[in-house]
Ligand binder design. Structure first.
Ligand SMILES: CCCCCCCC/C=C\CCCCCCCC(=O)OC[C@H](COP(=O)(O)OP(=O)(O)OC[C@H]1O[C@@H](n2ccc(N)nc2=O)[C@H](O)[C@@H]1O)OC(=O)CCCCCCC/C=C\CCCCCCCC
Ligand SMILES: O=P([O-])([O-])O[C@@H]1[C@@H](O)[C@H](O)[C@@H](O)[C@H](O)[C@@H]1O
Ligand SMILES: [Mg+2]
Length: 205
């Protein structure tokens, strides 16, 4: 949902920096690898130990720059099948780092129902975060399309990082409880939604 609207914004923001980087010889694949490396480092160094405000802000900037590689590829006319594969595959590593670090940070909360629930919702969300894009990629391997759902990548990252960031700035922990509960439910709904859409397409053949 947010991704559809966000792409136009990202294009406006990143066209000039992408052109400058391309002139300096930076290639799209370099940016893809650097972005993932930074995402893993920031997740482990800031989100996992509980520095949620700093983690959310820095990861928000790095993840927002996820469009930079695609923009460079398009500007230089070097968009490639391998680039698309690398971009989507490394996104799984970045997502695993962000959500894994958040779940890890929940283990440091005081024992009680809130910690238990956050761990359960966080683990369900981690499965959902991996299954939603897999459903789409597998559908495309069968010649179908599954670009639907309420929990696309941008939605998932914005909800998790905004909730953790605001809680890190002192707002109620309930924000993170609501966000993780929503993500556990919304990713499950999206997998179901995609499965129905793909079933309909494949039955209609
Ligand atoms: C007080 C409260 C403050 C809260 C503020 C924050 C509110 C934020 C709310 C909404 C912001 C919404 C912004 C969303 C923007 C997202 C833009 C977007 O979705 O763009 C898509 C990108 C990129 O996707 P992808 O990688 O798939 O596409 P590419 O364009 O890169 O191209 C792919 C094709 O290109 C070719 N190619 C690519 C690479 C390569 N090496 N070779 C190639 O050839 C190939 O053909 C490919 O197919 O997706 C994203 O950006 C991911 C989403 C990340 C969004 C994170 C945004 C974080 C926002 C906020 C978090 C901040 C929290 C701070 C809280 C602090 C509280 C005070
Ligand atoms: O997760 P999701 O929004 O369904 O699927 C997304 C794909 O649309 C995108 O092409 C890919 O680059 C991302 O890695 C991502 O995962
Ligand atoms: Mg990208």
């Amino acid at each position: 949902m947010l991704g559809t609207h966000g792409r136009g914004l990202a294009k406006r923001v990143f066209t000039a920096p992408a052109r400058a980087l391309a002139r300096m010889g930076v290639r799209a694949n370099h940016v893809t690898i650097a972005g993932t490396t930074l995402t893993v480092i920031l997740s482990a160094a800031l989100l996992a130990p509980g520095y949620w405000a700093a983690g959310a802000i820095s990861l928000g900037v790095v993840l927002f720059a996820d469009s930079l590689d695609g923009t460079i590829a398009r500007l230089t006319g070097e968009s490639s099948h391998f680039g698309a594969y690398l971009d989507a595959t490394l996104d799984r590593v970045g997502d695993g780092a962000v959500f894994g670090a958040l779940v890890f940070s929940f283990t440091n909360l005081p024992a009680g129902w809130m910690r238990t629930w956050l761990l359960i919702a966080g683990l369900i969300t981690m499965v959902g975060v991996a299954t939603v894009p897999y459903a789409k990629a597998r559908a495309e391997a069968e010649g179908a399309h599954a670009s639907v759902g309420i929990a696309e990548r941008t939605d998932r990252l914005v909800i998790a990082l905004v909730a953790a960031g605001l809680t890190g700035f002192g707002l109620s922990m309930w924000l993170v409880v609501i966000a993780m509960t929503w993500l556990a439910i919304a990713t499950a709904i999206t997998v179901f939604h995609r499965t129905v859409v793909v079933y309909q397409q494949l039955q209609a053949r």
